[in-house]
Design a protein around this ligand. Structure first.
Ligand SMILES: Nc1nc2c(ncn2[C@@H]2O[C@H](COP(=O)(O)OP(=O)(O)OP(=O)(O)O)[C@@H](O)[C@H]2O)c(=O)[nH]1
Ligand SMILES: [Mg+2]
Length: 402
């Protein structure tokens, strides 16, 4: 597959100027995600390579996690991700299992002689967590998948699902009576109901730090905790339909994780292409920053152009950090200058396909794939529709915040 090479042209549009870091001290509205798993399963790798910008080449050198590390991450919904040591005690009084929105279990796919042994403690946590919070979601990251051949992968994936189903069936439900005194676990219909719900709520994803599978698995986790997902998806579907797009994705810029998509004609190859494009494009982000700064430094603002005559756009990263912190308790929209330009860029990938990107908020970028002739003929209309899409998303975010 051809790898898109972003052109160096930047183009201007309207958009946010001042990003807010969010209110990192206030944990009340953060969606909490607990990441569990055996020693060396890959818990820290799954978190750090995506949310802390740690290069994949550093992964073999991670120290064993000794105590819980809470990773605060601001995106479309603020997250608090708990990286745990392998001996993490979910029974500890400091851990309120019911306060998590999702629990992820990371399993090393290579350890195929111990799937049942690995799954059993997670099944126990799932049952307890479900009793504490029936809306809890669960994900199993079947990790280091790239190590195994494709045939083995399929077999082992099925084997893990089977192990989970069996352990859920065989679980001694009376042993969790203390967590739900009013539930009659001797009634088989009660346990059958719990098993059914848990099997519905658990997702299995094969993951690896070496490809896009890990981002895709996180994308589903984040979408699972986004209350506003259906409204955002509806806006994207409307936009895609009215503007003649092939595919539309809303990406979290920092992690390069898709937080919403129109999901029409979606396939892994397209997603990989689009993610690769975003990664490449962000390597050029510094260039946009510098050009943006240069523009800000001009007192009369008449030097909008980049050296090649195209308009270059600041993304707001040049705002000093103190300014962000000062306003930390407000949304980024409070400080937004509606006349400030957005970061935007388009590239003709293949003769018939164009990919275009717009930064929507300090955290989010919209990426669309469309036919080049549509782009050429209808660009003005597309950008006009974009202003409505952006307003819609902004309104949803403001409502969620309020
Ligand atoms: N092949 C492969 N190895 C991986 C992958 N992710 C992590 N590893 C390796 O797995 C080992 C453990 O990774 P960590 O992320 O430290 O695992 P952990 O679960 O946080 O380990 P503890 O903190 O000790 O419980 C490291 O040696 C990594 O190189 C992957 O996707 N593929
Ligand atoms: Mg670790």
């Amino acid at each position: 597959m051809p790898v898109p090479q972003p052109s160096t042209q930047g183009e201007s549009s309207k958009g946010p100027k001042t990003p807010q870091l969010g209110n990192q001290e206030d944990d009340t509205n953060r969606q909490k995600i607990l990441v569990l798993g055996w020693r060396k399963a890959g818990k820290s790798s799954c978190i750090k390579t995506i949310f802390q910008d740690v290069p994949v080449t550093d992964v073999p050198y991670f120290d064993s996690t000794q105590k819980v590390e809470k990773v605060l991450y601001d995106t479309i919904v603020p997250l608090e991700i708990w990286d745990t040591p392998s001996n993490f005690d979910t029974d500890s009084p400091d851990v309120r299992l019911g306060s998590f929105a999702t629990i992820i279990y990371v399993m090393d796919m290579q350890q195929d002689d111990s799937y049942h042994e690995a799954i059993l403690p997670f099944v126990k946590v799932m049952i307890r967590a479900h009793l504490a919070n029936p809306n809890m979601k669960f994900a199993v990251f079947i990790h280091k998948a790239e190590v195994l051949s494709e045939d083995y992968r399929g077999e082992n994936y099925a084997e893990i699902q089977r192990a989970m189903a069996e352990e859920l069936e065989d679980f001694p439900y009376n042993s969790v009576q203390q967590y739900a005194p009013n539930v009659n676990f001797s009634d088989p219909s009660v346990t059958a109901n719990i098993i059914g719900q848990l099997q519905n709520e658990v997702r299995f994803d094969m993951t690896s730090v070496h490809d896009t599978t890990l981002r895709d698995a996180w994308s589903k986790v984040i979408q699972g905790v986004m209350e506003m997902l259906p409204s955002v998806e509806q806006l994207l579907v409307n936009f895609t339909g009215t503007s003649g797009m092939d595919n539309t994705y809303l990406f979290d810029i920092g992690s390069k994780v898709v937080v919403a998509a129109d999901n029409r004609g979606r396939n892994d190859a397209t997603l990989e292409l689009v993610t690769e494009y975003l990664l490449r494009f962000l390597q050029f982000r510094e260039l946009y920053r510098v050009l943006g700064k240069r523009k800000d430094e001009e007192t009369d603002g008449d030097a909008e152009g980049s050296p090649d005559g195209e308009k270059a756009v600041a993304n707001g990263d040049d705002v000093p950090e103190e300014e962000w912190d000062e306003e930390g308790k407000t949304g980024w929209w409070d400080e937004e200058d509606p006349d400030a330009p957005w970061m935007t860029q388009s590239t003709r990938l293949m003769p018939n396909t164009t990919i275009a990107l717009w930064q929507f908020t300090p955290y989010l970028a919209l990426i669309v794939l469309l036919r080049t002739d549509t782009w050429v003929a209808r660009r003005g209309m597309i950008e006009y529709n974009l202003t409505f899409l952006r307003q819609g998303i902004r309104r949803i975010l403001m409502e969620m915040d309020g």
